[in-house]
Design a binder for this molecule. Structure first.
Ligand SMILES: Cc1ncc(COP(=O)(O)O)c(C=O)c1O
Length: 279
């Protein structure tokens, strides 16, 4: 079988053993006589998959009990809307502008709240992570993009914030050993590090849920949390593959090992680029 090197940011490479297991179980999942794609999302089989994926993610990331884990749809891009809708109760939110994805998050938030940019690296084409000097105390949250997929910069030291810190972790979730307690909310599209496109992970501290009443149901973290991500039909197949990827990450040594491998790969590439006379 022909295999190529896939350097795409997302949908990114999935581990071969996971793809093989998917292939083996594709026509009949654990003797059910059905593919996972055909299983009811209310069946015991699927509820076990969903619960298993959550347990694994909690274990791998060290997610404390006072955080909810939501399995949603709409990509990280829908979180650019859902976060201000659910969290910007004071009608002000603070942002660090570190590149294209931060800018998109800011643009969407501006439609719903006052979005204040408290630090930016736009002056040097986003080549660095700017220092945050002051954050308005009356802002509901401070938003950062932990890894700037297009610009290639990342927050390795997480800023300490008096107001809840919200992170778009789409391109480095599970590949950097962050402390979940440092954040009020973390979100990520699954397609880079967790599984197939179509699944979005949200990890949110319980006290931040339900602050704004009467939101459209599908956009309300409170509704999604109360229904354990089963208010409507979730992306069942993507959640199943994500669970297998999480099992694989655990068997390979967890997030610490993923971080070690990524640093090794990055060093190889950046060392080459640094000594190259062409690049
Ligand atoms: C940091 C970051 N945020 C957001 C997105 C958008 O994600 P989605 O396509 O899931 O909406 C991407 C996609 O590449 C990304 O890299």
């Amino acid at each position: 079988m022909e295999q190529i090197y896939n350097f795409s940011a997302g949908p990114a490479v999935l581990p071969q053993p996971v793809l093989k297991q998917v292939q083996e179980e594709l026509l009949s999942y654990k003797g059910s006589g059905m593919s996972v794609m055909e299983l009811s999302h209310r069946s015991e089989w699927f509820e076990e998959i969903l619960a298993g994926a959550e347990v694994l993610l909690r274990e791998l990331m060290g997610i404390p009990d006072n955080y909810k884990v939501l399995f949603l749809q709409g990509g990280a891009s829908l979180q650019f809307t859902m976060v201000p809708l659910n969290l910007a109760h004071s009608k002000k939110a603070a942002f660090v502008n570190t590149g294209s994805w931060s800018q998109k998050a800011i643009q969407e938030a501006q439609k719903l709240t006052e979005a204040v940019v408290v630090a930016s690296s736009e002056d040097q084409n986003f080549h660095y992570i700017p220092e945050i000097l002051e954050v308005p105390k009356d802002a509901s949250y401070l938003h950062i993009t932990t890894n700037n997929t297009i610009e290639g910069t990342a927050f390795f030291d997480i800023p300490q914030s008096e107001i809840p810190l919200v992170a778009d972790m789409s391109s480095n979730i599970l590949s950097n050993d962050y402390r979940v307690e440092d954040f009020g909310l973390i979100y990520a599209g699954a397609q880079k590090n967790i599984g197939p496109a179509g699944l979005t992970i949200v990890i949110v501290r319980e006290d931040l849920i339900g602050q704004v009443p009467d939101l459209p149901v599908m956009l309300d973290y409170a509704v999604q949390a109360k229904n354990h991500s089963l208010y409507n039909t979730p992306p069942t197949f993507a959640i199943y593959v994500a669970k297998l990827v999480l099992e694989w990450i655990k068997s390979e040594g967890g997030v610490t090992e993923m971080e070690r491998r990524n640093r090794e790969k990055a060093a190889l590439l950046y060392t080459y680029l640094d000594q190259s006379k062409i690049f």
